[in-house]
Design a protein around this ligand. Structure first.
Ligand SMILES: [Mg+2]
Length: 127
C-alpha cells in the first residue's frame, strides 16, 4: 500500500487540518475541493491508498464521487474511503457504506478519532 492519501473537502480549512494530521502520521497528502477534481486526482495518482471524503460539496458531492469511483473495476474495493462529514444520520451512513465507503468520521474530528479509524481499517501509519 502506498502512503498517499487524498483529502476531499470544499472547505480549505478542513483540507488543511486533516492534511496536517495525516502528514504527521507519515502520509503524503493530495487534495481536491470537489468530487470531480477528486476523480482527476485518482486518474493522476491511481495508487492513492486512502480517501478522506466530505459529503456536501459543489460540482460533484462526495456520495456521487464514491459511486463513480467504485464503478471503476480497479477501484471497486480500494482505495479505502473514509467519509468525514456532518451527514451523520443513519440513512446517510447506510447509504454511504452501501455505496462503498469503509468508515465514517463525524465532524468535528480529532487526531485520536482518525487514528482509531485507521486502526479499525487495519491501516498502519507509514511512519
Ligand atoms: Mg462540505
Amino acid at each position: 500500500m502506498s502512503n498517499k492519501i487524498l483529502v476531499v473537502d470544499d472547505a480549505k480549512v478542513v483540507r488543511v487540518s486533516l492534511g496536517k494530521i495525516m502528514k504527521k502520521l507519515g502520509f503524503e497528502i493530495f487534495e481536491a475541493e470537489d468530487g470531480a477534481v477528486a476523480l482527476e486526482q485518482m486518474k493522476s495518482h491511481p495508487d492513492i491508498a486512502i480517501i478522506m471524503l466530505d459529503w456536501n460539496m459543489p460540482v460533484m458531492n462526495g456520495y456521487d464521487f464514491l459511486v463513480a469511483l467504485r464503478a471503476q473495476p480497479k477501484h471497486a474495493t480500494l482505495p479505502y474511503v473514509v467519509m468525514v462529514t456532518t451527514e451523520t444520520g443513519m440513512p446517510s451512513m447506510l447509504k454511504a457504506l452501501a455505496g462503498g465507503a469503509n468508515e465514517y468520521i463525524m465532524k468535528p474530528f480529532s487526531e485520536s478519532i482518525i487514528r482509531d479509524k485507521l486502526e479499525i481499517l487495519g491501516i498502519e501509519e507509514p511512519r
